[in-house]
Design a protein around this ligand. Structure first.
Ligand SMILES: O=C(O)CCC(=O)C(=O)O
Ligand SMILES: [Fe+2]
Length: 255
């Protein structure tokens, strides 16, 4: 499978690639089942603005030995080993074939058990990834919406004055926990979706893209996407099923 992809140029050296049919159905189903039952999932406690909150999804982290430790929202995940999870090795091998000029040495895996689980607006802009990380995201299971918007435009206007802002100002947080994505934000984004898988909303002052990430797809964020943009997976009441997402990253370990 794989090979064909769509490319989205976000400007200023930020870009996205989307391989809708990255894995064939048989492998995708097998990987989903295996990861769901074999990974040591945890639902950690995060610290957001000094408050402790349970992360609204489960997580597992796997990385090469000896890398600088990854930490987000006050939480340092336990590092598991590639060798214990051959399925992860198969998936990262497939990602390396699709993206021959990139190399990944860690993966953060998220498990959304239902539409109530979600990921808040954030950017994967930790220093240990360097200024222009390539982040490769493989999705298995239930299709969920993935939103990406330019930083500093927290209230993108949908087609100027005919709609309310997609996201209210009080939602201006930039981390991995989000109690603040409200129904109104979701509804405002939703009716504008077209049959194509990507949507451009608004003009340069308020850009918001929406992708429905398919079972077995590969989505890639490149260049300055983490510096200049942020992304989230909002709650979706009607998306009831399990979704597992793997984000492959490269941690610099030269001093
Ligand atoms: O679940 C997803 O599609 C995205 C997860 C994510 O953004 C992350 O792990 O940093
Ligand atoms: Fe992310």
């Amino acid at each position: 499978m794989m090979s064909t992809y769509k490319h989205y140029d976000l400007g200023n050296n930020s870009s996205l690639l989307y391989f809708e049919k990255f894995l064939d159905g048989k492998h995708a189903a097998e990987y989903l089942q295996s990861l769901d039952s074999n990974l040591p999932w945890t639902r950690p406690t995060l610290t957001i603005f000094g408050r402790k909150c349970e992360q609204p999804r489960e997580t597992c982290y796997v990385a090469d030995k000896g890398l600088p430790m990854y930490k987000y929202s006050g939480y340092q995940p336990v590092v598991h080993k590639w060798d214990d999870y051959p399925v992860l090795k198969s998936i990262v091998d497939a990602v390396h074939l699709a993206l021959p000029s990139d190399k990944f040495n860690s993966v953060l895996i998220n498990r959304y058990k239902s539409g109530n689980d979600y990921a808040a607006w954030h950017a994967d802009d930790e220093k240990l990834y360097g200024p222009t990380p390539t982040i490769a995201s493989v999705t298995l299971g239930t299709e969920r919406e993935f939103l990406i918007r330019r930083k500093g435009n927290k209230s993108p206007q949908i087609n100027s004055n005919t709609h309310k802002p997609a996201v209210a100002d009080k939602q201006n947080i930039n981390n991995a926990f989000d109690v603040l994505i409200t129904n109104s934000a979701q509804q405002t984004c939703k009716p504008k979706r077209k049959s194509c898988d990507v949507l451009t909303v608004g003009k340069p002052s308020g850009e918001l893209y929406s992708f429905m990430l398919k079972h077995g797809s590969l989505f890639v964020m490149k260049g300055y996407t983490q510096r200049d943009w942020e992304h989230c997976v909002p709650k979706r009441k009607r998306a009831s099923g399990l979704r597992i997402n793997l984000t492959f990253r490269y941690i610099n370990h030269e001093r």
